[in-house]
Design a protein around this ligand. Sequence first.
Ligand SMILES: Cc1cc2nc3c(=O)[nH]c(=O)nc-3n(C[C@H](O)[C@H](O)[C@H](O)COP(=O)(O)OP(=O)(O)OC[C@H]3O[C@@H](n4cnc5c(N)ncnc54)[C@H](O)[C@@H]3O)c2cc1C
Length: 383
Amino acid sequence: MIAFELNEEQRLFQKTAHDFAAKELRPLALECDASHGYPPELIKKGHEAGLISFRYPEEYGGAGVEDQVSWALVREELAWGCAGLTIAMLASNLAATPILHMGTGDQKQKYLTRLCDPERAVLAAMGMTEPDAGSDVTAIRTTAVRKGDHYLLNGRKTFITNGGIADITVVYARMAGSKGLEGMTAFIIDGRPQGLTMGKVEEKMGIRASHTAELILEDVAVPIEDRLGQEGQAFLLSMRMFDESRIMVAALAIGIARAAYEIGREYAAQRSQFGRTLNKFQGVSFKLAEMATRIDAARLLTWRAGWLATEGKRMTKHSAMAKFYAGETANWVCDQAIQILGGYGYMTEYLVEKLYRDARVFRIFEGTSEIMQLVISRELYRP
Ligand SMILES: Cc1cc2nc3c(=O)[nH]c(=O)nc-3n(C[C@H](O)[C@H](O)[C@H](O)COP(=O)(O)OP(=O)(O)OC[C@H]3O[C@@H](n4cnc5c(N)ncnc54)[C@H](O)[C@@H]3O)c2cc1C
């Protein structure tokens, strides 16, 4: 059955997220981009609005919303307000997802409860990428060695969102001596134990409000009970996690694209040259028509992937298609919006300049556009 109408609950989520974005995110967007940070109370406010932990089961303090189209709707609206601030608010989900999928009852109780608690406003991080292991996650070198009732972790992680400021960090390592995807194991690091330090804090082109840093692990002791899943299970776990998170990243990209499109549309209706408003020139109105069409196509791909995920169906190809197309679309739409605004679009005081910079990373993180094409092309030959 195909239905394109949102149900009442989905519309409510969309409206709540939009109102929050309009009130709490958009007004701060340029300021937080310039200061490379965000007010710490933002996380608490996001919790209070019910926009951070709604997807987690009620027994851990979430609202138990399983509909991934709703999750995507929330992300589109928030990113419409500011993608950098949204990532600051929601990046913790990257660490929470493997805990939800692979964690034991005790691990979920201990960590998800903390992540859902509005008072604590806890941040989490997910550390996979390393200097020599980006797209090829099987090349990670961070090692785990079992010593009695704990593991010792050693290695270096790069470009980690919330890296070094998180209270909970899920780290991917390999059992010492293993190669490739065998031996890859995930661990939960509780707090900031001895040996876990923040390295270089990255200065980024876009999504500047969110924190990205290097994470250094030197003999970090992780108790056995904080290993996620069995030794060697982490590769499959991470692929499952990426299938899900790519849908949400696609939704963020759509929010950026929509914000840029709206600014372009409004500007074209007001700005006059040669005695008429810009939108009366076919060269401009056709741009707007294509921007609107591509955004809609990206959204439909994203909703389809979200629906499949909610139904528990395999959606590796669909989530990669959504992420690939939405990431490319956001970049293209922002570029067109700047063109419509002309010189004004190029100036930092207009939001489209920031949106253009924010959009760029959506062709890189959570799997680059090329890796998405790799995933899609492999899936095309799947029996
Ligand atoms: C702002 C930001 C936040 C991030 N946050 C996190 C985080 O929280 N946790 C985390 O673990 N990581 C994080 N990352 C890392 C991110 O996931 C990686 O940057 C990404 O996976 C790409 O890896 P790489 O940068 O090493 O590029 P590489 O893998 O070195 O790729 C370089 C280029 O080669 C291309 N390429 C590579 N392999 C192939 C291939 N087989 N076929 C065709 N082309 C190929 C790529 O598409 C790309 O164009 C973040 C990155 C950024 C920029």
